[in-house]
Design a binder for this molecule. Structure first.
Ligand SMILES: Nc1ncnc2c1ncn2[C@@H]1O[C@H](COP(=O)(O)OP(=O)(O)OP(=O)(O)O)[C@@H](O)[C@H]1O
Ligand SMILES: [Mg+2]
Length: 214
């Protein structure tokens, strides 16, 4: 089932950030959110994640079986937090543990996802000793290990070179191919071009405007 955001408005004091925005995000697709810095991309992701309440509007996310349980959402944060005293492996394994994998399974899943993100060399390194770009890829790998139906990625390639960026794009594409709803806030043209759809938030000028460009 899609993620449906309807008539979302948010203001911080006098400052209106989202002005009646609506959008639908389909399973098996990657959507890139584009807009200038400060426009409200992270705010929209936080609202979809349920971390923040909009001043008006609704977000509906229905689980695939039609039940009331909200499906799992993973969040790849703009700041790429990792547990500083845990190894890269343990950080990624937590994603698998969160969906009920055993410790042993989670280590296998972590190894696979570290490899696909080019992190074999740092798998035993503590989170606090990872570079910014390594942390960013650990955050992506953890999200992949969690296999959630919804993946929200806030500038997941901001600290990465072209090669690492390609690995992140490939991982997000694989998740979408497996059925996930992937929503990426990005300033990166290469990431946006790899998406199935781009929403240019700054051109959604009317409340509840139909969605933007394909
Ligand atoms: N809790 C808050 N209180 C006040 N203002 C806030 C709060 N959170 C966000 N804002 C403001 O809302 C605006 C939108 O912020 P947001 O982080 O969503 O932008 P963004 O599009 O993700 O920008 P960037 O590309 O720089 O990440 C900004 O002007 C920001 O300063
Ligand atoms: Mg942001």
């Amino acid at each position: 089932m899609p993620v449906v955001a309807t008539d979302i408005s948010v203001a911080f004091g006098e400052r209106r950030v989202l002005n009646g925005m609506s959008a639908t995000f389909e399973e098996g697709t990657i959507t890139a959110l584009r807009a200038p810095s400060g426009f409200g991309k992270s705010t929209l992701l936080a609202i979809i994640a349920g971390h923040q309440k909009p001043d008006a509007g609704t977000v509906t996310i229905t689980s695939a079986d039609g039940g009331d349980d909200t499906p799992g959402i993973s969040w790849i944060d703009q700041a790429s937090p990792v547990f500083p005293h845990r190894t890269a492996t343990d950080n990624v394994a937590m994603g698998a543990l969160s969906r009920g994998a055993t410790r042993e399974e989670s280590l296998t899943i972590a190894a696979h996802n570290l490899t696909r993100l080019g992190l074999d060399d740092v798998r035993d390194r503590a989170g606090k000793r990872l570079s910014g770009g390594e942390r960013q890829r650990v955050a992506v790998a953890r999200s992949m290990a969690a296999e959630t139906p919804v993946i929200l990625a806030d500038e997941p390639t901001a600290s990465l070179d072209a090669a690492s960026r390609g690995l992140v794009i490939d991982a997000l594409r694989a998740a979408a191919d497996a059925g996930a709803i992937v929503i990426i806030a990005t300033h990166d043209d290469t990431v946006a071009e790899s998406a199935d759809r781009i929403i240019r938030m700054d051109t959604l000028d009317t409340p509840s405007a139909p969605e933007a460009t394909a």
